[in-house]
Ligand binder design. Structure first.
Ligand code: KG4
Ligand code: ZN
Length: 341
């Protein structure tokens, strides 16, 4: 009798098309991704129409590769887990229509997955993270703190009131005429000046567990103007010949975001003393400086710290398949009326 549940995870919420084969006993057995970063670079951000058109071209081969790498066929799949929200509508629809078509034609079960739930549990793909734990999700579209009670059961403690942390990295990089996505590039620049805090950007004054990164972005912009490097009306950015100024901005920004994260975690740990561990997930969690800083902070507080490996920080299908697997275990299936709203 077949014991293992095989889940096909599909993720197309933004500019990545990804597929994963997850075995309920063995974990991730294949994980394939096609990133459109190069397609969007010249526009300075993701163009929704370009993203969905590219997804249509790629999705069949990405799912086929995931099956091939796992040495499985479509007949081996028990459940299809697919991201249904939040994300770009056109992009989400490509993944969902594909998943529905396969589910209908092959008589497979289907489960719609919230992309943010995928990120929120992504540290558990490779680790046995104890509950209850605190999860800081920081990506390009979202920055939130969750209290994680058990698989599928979590409470939002705070969210960004405006921009996400990744968005702050991306928008500040764009002001300095650096290509999208800004986060990884700014990390490299900041590393060169050892993550020193040159400009002491505003940390804000939020007295809750929420975040606000739009104010930070604006204050960085006015600081660039004040120092004579940026013209708001023409969006012209002038760099020092040695590129030193960009490095100082990148570095100060890192320290500022690190301090904001630590202040919210500190507050949450005080408010919820039963928390056994902290996880740091989402695209921004692939930042080694932030990861190390939060890990050191948790060590000092004698609280366990977990963060996924890079491949599971940025968008991926493994986190979608992982959530699909425990939802299937809980009998939480969707039907073919599944939609993106
Ligand atoms: O989770 P993700 O892949 O997509 C969303 O769901 O948004 O996150 C993408 C975000 C982008 O804003 C990107 O700049 C940021 O994650 N990011 C980073 C790093 N790598 C990606 N931010 C800071 N440092 C990095 N190394
Ligand atoms: Zn994401």
């Amino acid at each position: 009798m077949k014991q293992n549940r095989i889940t096909l995870g599909i993720e197309t919420s933004c500019d990545e098309v990804a597929a994963c084969i997850y075995d309920s006993e063995l974990g991730v057995i294949s994980n394939v991704l096609y990133s459109q970063t190069e397609l969007h670079k010249k526009y300075g951000g993701v163009v929704p129409e370009v993203a969905s058109r590219s997804h249509i071209e790629k999705i069949n081969s990405i799912v086929t590769d995931a099956l091939k790498n796992a040495q499985k066929t479509v007949h081996d799949i028990d459940v299809i887990a697919v991201t249904t929200k939040p994300g770009l509508s056109g992009s989400l629809l490509v993944g969902l229509c594909f998943a529905k078509a396969v589910a209908f034609a092959q008589q497979k079960k289907i489960i719609g997955i919230n992309h943010l739930e995928g990120h929120a549990f992504s540290a558990s793909i490779e680790n046995n993270v104890p509950f209850p734990h605190l999860c800081l999700t920081a990506s390009g579209g979202h920055t939130s703190l969750y209290l994680m009670h058990s698989f599928g059961n979590y409470t939002v403690l705070g969210s960004t009131l405006d921009d996400a942390a990744g968005e702050a990295f991306d928008k500040i990089a764009k002001m300095m005429h650096l290509p999208y996505p800004g986060g990884p590039l700014l990390e490299k620049l900041a590393e060169d000046v050892n993550f020193h805090d040159f400009f002491n950007y505003t940390r804000g004054n939020i007295q809750t567990l929420d975040f606000s990164f739009s104010g930070l972005k604006t204050s960085v912009m006015y600081d660039l103007v004040k120092r004579g490097f940026y013209d708001i009306s023409t969006k012209n950015f002038t760099e020092t010949p040695d590129g030193e100024f960009q490095k100082q901005v990148a570095s100060s920004l890192h320290v500022c975001i690190k301090d904001i994260f630590i202040s919210r975690i500190t507050r949450a740990l005080k408010e919820y003393p039963k928390i056994k561990a902290v996880t740091f997930v989402g695209g921004v969690a692939s930042n080694s400086y932030l990861k190390k800083s939060l890990s050191e902070f948790c060590n000092k507080k004698k609280i366990e710290f977990y963060s996924p490996s890079k491949q599971y920080c940025t968008d991926n299908a493994a986190m979608i398949a992982f959530v699909g697997n425990y939802k299937a275990e809980q009998g939480l299936y969707s039907d073919l009326y599944l939609d993106i709203f």
